[in-house]
Design a protein around this ligand. Structure first.
Ligand code: HEM
Length: 196
């Protein structure tokens, strides 16, 4: 298997199959094989295409019902493309801050994981306030309630496509307000060691 050969040659994983192969080798207790890797790849492809499609469709619906954003976003995209010889580059896309803000607001407003980060507690745990969680409990976090909580989001029931653009402009850590950034009050991409 190519992933195995690459690992033996001391090379870094070059794609998801390599990463999954490396991970299966680390799970000594489970004797995982190529079929498990194929299943992981299929599950990943499903998750990746489902989430991105839902977000994209919601953005298009928001744009259709809020056409004032169309020219703003179009202007930004055209400007960036012109500056990059009419070529799409990662840096160019990263610099589309209005677009990024609109996507983030659309996903906030149409949040589809109302409860997120499902986890199974592996050992009895007691929080500092005395709350006891027994081993085996399934826990989820209140994703949507936080996205509509005035403590974290100003006028949460208003759709504001420039909300995160403006917040970022007034922040010393604007990168924390980009679409794919996470923090304990914004769990749209989950939380925990894999996210960090
Ligand atoms: C807008 C698009 C996406 C959204 C909203 C999204 C959201 C999520 C969420 C909520 C989780 C659970 C995290 C947790 O429980 O802490 C997750 C996990 C995951 N996502 Fe996505 N995702 C998106 C796109 C993608 C794409 C494009 C890929 C791969 C190409 C991907 C790969 C994964 C993988 C591998 C995991 C499992 C991570 C782990 O086990 O810790 N996702 N995603």
């Amino acid at each position: 298997m190519e992933s195995e050969e690459r690992e033996k040659a001391g090379k870094q994983p070059s794609d998801l199959t390599d990463w999954f192969w490396r991970w299966t080798q680390q799970q000594k207790d489970y004797n995982l094989n190529e079929l498990d890797i194929a299943q992981l790849l299929a599950a990943n492809t499903f998750g990746a295409s489902f989430n991105t499609t839902v977000v994209l469709v919601q953005c298009l619906c928001e744009l259709a019902t809020r056409p004032k954003y169309i020219s703003l976003i179009r202007q930004e995209v055209i400007g960036v493309l012109r500056a990059n010889n009419d070529t799409w580059t990662k840096e160019g896309i990263d610099s589309m801050k209005v677009l990024d803000s609109f996507i983030k607001e659309s996903h906030r407003y149409n949040c589809f994981d109302h409860a997120g980060t499902p986890r199974v507690v592996k050992q009895d745990f007691r929080f500092k306030n005395g709350l006891h969680i027994p081993k085996g409990t399934v826990l989820m976090t209140p994703n949507a309630p936080m996205l509509f909580d005035e403590e974290y989001v100003k006028d949460p029931f208003e759709f504001d496509g420039l909300r995160f653009y403006e917040l970022a402009n007034n922040s010393r850590t604007p990168e924390m307000l980009r679409y794919t950034s996470t923090n304990p009050h914004y769990l749209q991409f989950g939380d925990g060691k894999h996210v960090w």
